[in-house]
Design a protein around this ligand. Structure first.
Ligand SMILES: NC(=O)C1=CN([C@@H]2O[C@H](COP(=O)(O)OP(=O)(O)OC[C@H]3O[C@@H](n4cnc5c(N)ncnc54)[C@H](O)[C@@H]3O)[C@@H](O)[C@H]2O)C=CC1
Ligand SMILES: O=c1[nH]c(=O)c2[nH+]cn([C@@H]3O[C@H](COP(=O)(O)O)[C@@H](O)[C@H]3O)c2[nH]1
Ligand SMILES: [K+]
Length: 501
């Protein structure tokens, strides 16, 4: 760059040396030079040393964020979810197994009966048009037949068992086929729905309806999904650093987990470095993410222990109270920049975890050196997050809670919070709610398009290019004053409606 212009704005290195803990909203990038169209921006990235994603998004391992449905939709988008561990090892493994058995971008919730059951009232159909009949009356056994609401309504004697009138061996489709194949099959056969069946054991895995096909068709076109060497969706999982987590990990590995993360607020501990060494020795093929860290020293220790990726953030999450409770942590922009600058030297990708509330925060995290962003609140209001919607002051919301909240700890994670015999529980998170955002299949592609526009403004045609331009001092930034932050948002209006897409 021309010498005359190098005095405009700060280089990242200088800005982050000043002794302040900055977060995303504190800083702003100066625009650079555009010589390519938005659509040529590449968002493909590394999650860990050995795993790549086509978009840089990761769902947090939290019990109000990541279970089967989130894992399936995130993988279908080219992203990934980490299944939480606030459950028994076998339950966590069953979520992984279930997510990996899907190859279409959503999970249905079909109803089941066993052959000897009866259907006593129309209410048993709930909002569904049919009930499936399997050996055990649950999802986990061979599909035998199907009862449609119309067939049940036409029955004279409603006390007969379902095996007497179900349609036996209903038309089905293999569960490992992709969305377009199933959608084409439904259309060609003019079917209202088709069960997807695992060809190995005849189990019903999912149900696709014509309505769902139409809904998905209304969303932006999906890019390259995240698929592992096993040909199935990539799914991650969280574990802790207790002795019992070794048994948990064995369950997860048997279920086919592709990557695990050691879920801790302060990852630079003897517990974590020992666990990393154990995992690397026992499962050398398994990619492993260490964290959380916010300093270069912490990061260096985990890299040396063998971590294939680092998760960055302490106290930055929307539900986090760690900085208030423990007085430790770091502003997230500074943390991401500092950790990335050391991780980059070892080729270890960084996940910027927490504090993402808009696409601008994603651009900032990625430009400051992260390879992916991990999000909780951004995803918790989606239809893919666990739990039902409820109404609060006329708004449709979903519950979202910190894994260190008293409520979540009481549900299961307290073993790690208390020595098992200790009695004092200290919360490091809250329970709250977030507004309904619809499907991640819709709003993530829009967020990624916004990220591409941000990268274009910076003159960075890829994440790798953004990292290089920042480190070489071409991308410049400044700290925004309080007034500048207000100016950067909507201001001075009596009222307005914010619709992003
Ligand atoms: N990113 C963030 O800022 C924060 C995240 N969280 C979330 O809350 C959950 C719990 O986090 P943490 O409390 O940090 O979990 P943690 O399991 O790392 O730590 C809980 C306590 O157990 C101890 N511990 C861990 N392994 C041990 C072992 N093998 N032997 C003896 N003691 C051991 C730790 O030193 C700590 O005192 C996680 O889901 C985490 O992501 C919680 C607080 C902050
Ligand atoms: O201090 C904390 N107490 C908690 O109870 C808690 N639960 C989750 N997390 C962390 O927050 C991240 C999600 O943050 P966002 O909602 O901002 O995306 C997650 O990815 C976690 O890193 C917690 N931090
Ligand atoms: K916070």
């Amino acid at each position: 760059m021309d010498v005359a212009f190098t005095d405009d704005g700060f280089q990242a290195e200088r800005l982050f040396k000043q002794g302040y803990s900055y977060t995303y909203d504190d800083i702003i990038f100066l625009p650079h030079y555009i010589d390519f169209p938005t659509d040529s921006v590449q968002l493909a990235t590394k999650l860990t040393r050995n795993l790549t994603l086509s978009i840089p998004c990761v769902a947090s391992p939290m019990d109000t964020v990541s279970e089967t449905s989130m894992a399936v939709s995130m993988a279908a988008l080219g992203a990934i979810a980490f299944v939480h561990s606030n459950n028994t090892p076998s339950h966590q493994a069953s979520i992984i197994r279930s997510a990996k058995s899907h190859r279409i971008p959503f999970v249905s919730d079909p109803l089941f009966k066993s052959p000897s059951d009866t259907i006593d009232s129309i209410d048993e159909f709930a909002s569904s048009n049919c009930i499936f009949v399997t050996d055990s009356g649950t999802k986990k056994s061979k599909l035998l037949g199907v009862v449609s609401k119309a067939d049940w309504q036409a029955l004279n004697d409603k006390e007969v068992t379902v095996s007497d009138y179900m349609v036996k061996s209903p038309v089905s489709f293999p569960s490992n086929c992709d969305f377009e194949d199933v959608a084409g099959f439904l259309a060609a056969k003019k079917l209202e729905f088709v069960p997807l069946v695992n060809e190995k054991d005849g189990e019903l895995v999912n149900v696709v309806t014509a309505d769902q096909v139409e809904r998905i068709r209304g969303f932006p076109k999906l890019g390259m999904p995240s698929v592992g060497p096993d040909g199935e969706f990539l799914v991650g999982a969280a574990i802790g650093t207790r002795e019992s987590d070794k048994d948990r990990l064995e369950h997860l590995v048997k279920a086919g987990v592709n990557v695990v993360l050691l879920d801790s607020s302060q990852g630079n501990s003897i517990y974590q470095t020992e666990m990393i060494k154990y995992i690397k020795k026992t499962y050398p093929e398994l990619d492993l993410i260490g964290g959380n860290v916010v300093t270069m020293y912490q990061a260096q220790n985990l890299i040396q222990a063998g971590a294939d990726g680092l998760r960055v953030g302490m106290g930055s999450g929307s539900i986090c109270t760690t900085q208030e409770v423990c007085a430790v942590g770091r502003g997230q922009a500074t943390a991401v920049y500092k950790v990335s600058s050391i991780a980059e030297q070892s080729g270890v990708p960084v996940i910027a975890d927490g504090g993402i509330s808009n696409s601008g925060h994603i651009v900032k995290a990625l430009t400051l050196g992260a390879s992916t962003v991990m999000m909780g609140s951004f995803l918790a209001g989606s239809s893919e997050a666990p739990g039902a919607y409820e109404y609060q002051n006329g708004r449709r919301v979903k519950k979202y809670r910190g894994m260190g909240s008293l409520e979540a700890m009481t549900k299961g994670s307290d073993a790690r919070y208390l020595g098992d015999t200790e009695k004092l529980k200290i919360a490091q998170g809250v329970v709250g709610a977030v507004v309904d955002k619809g499907s991640v299949l819709k709003f993530i592609p829009y967020a990624m398009q916004a990220v591409k526009q941000g990268f274009q403004d910076l003159g960075a045609s890829s994440l790798q290019s953004a990292h290089h331009l920042l480190r070489s001092g071409v991308i410049r930034l400044e700290v925004r004053t309080g007034a500048a932050q207000i100016e950067g948002g909507v201001h001075g209006l009596v009222s307005y409606e914010k619709k992003s897409f």
